[in-house]
Unconditional design. Structure first.
Length: 203
């Protein structure tokens, strides 16, 4: 569908698009073309704060869905592929645990949008779509790397969660003292790198 632009409050606009790839592409496009307080992509929308709706409508007319969606920095995330759901994911997608690790680390992921918790980025690029766990965990540790649907995500803090956990990392996803608190803001390219697991898991 063509982007649908509507006023969002008195000083912002919300643009509806087909999906996360289009939302990220449009957000990056708009950041170079409007003087916004903030441009925030989500799964199927882009919030443009601080810009009149008519100005956003004019800017959006020049955008096409095939505009580049990612040109951000590349961040490497070392992962111990020792997650409690690694075997279950391997069974779900019909490959060995080693093949899950190989394909997950070969793929280039892209942060499409942030949500759920500060610093939690929804990363495109997963080789599979896997269902969430039927029973969410009451606590998922910080640094846990999980899969759900077409997404990969890394939990920035301890929280409940229902994603399939395949590994863990020591990188800090959210640090309010950094100039950019989120390590993986929208548009960031991400590569996961397998490192040895102390318990002898797959690496």
């Amino acid at each position: 569908m063509s982007p649908q632009v509507r006023a969002f409050g008195t000083g912002a606009a919300l643009v509806e698009v087909d999906g996360p790839a289009e939302a990220l592409s449009l957000a990056l496009w708009l950041r170079d073309r409007v003087e916004a307080t903030e441009v925030v992509p989500a799964a199927r929308t882009v919030l443009v704060d601080g810009v009149p709706v008519l100005e956003v409508q004019a800017a959006v007319r020049g955008w096409t869905p095939d505009a580049p969606a990612a040109g951000g920095d590349l961040v490497e995330v070392p992962v111990r592929y020792d997650g409690p759901d690694l075997a279950a994911v391997a069974e779900l997608v019909g490959v060995s645990e080693e093949e899950v690790v190989r394909r997950h680390t070969e793929a280039e992921h892209v942060a499409a949008f942030c949500g759920f918790a500060p610093g939690f980025s929804y990363l495109t690029g997963s080789p599979w779509e896997v269902p969430r766990r039927s029973t969410p965990r009451s606590r998922v540790e910080p640094g846990s790397v999980g899969l759900a649907g077409p997404w990969t995500g890394v939990y920035p803090t301890a929280s409940p969660g229902g994603w399939q956990l395949v590994g863990s990392t020591d990188v800090v996803l959210w640090d309010p003292d950094r100039s950019e608190p989120a390590l993986l803001p929208p548009g960031t390219r991400v590569r996961f790198r397998a490192v040895p697991a102390p318990s002898g898991g797959v690496a």
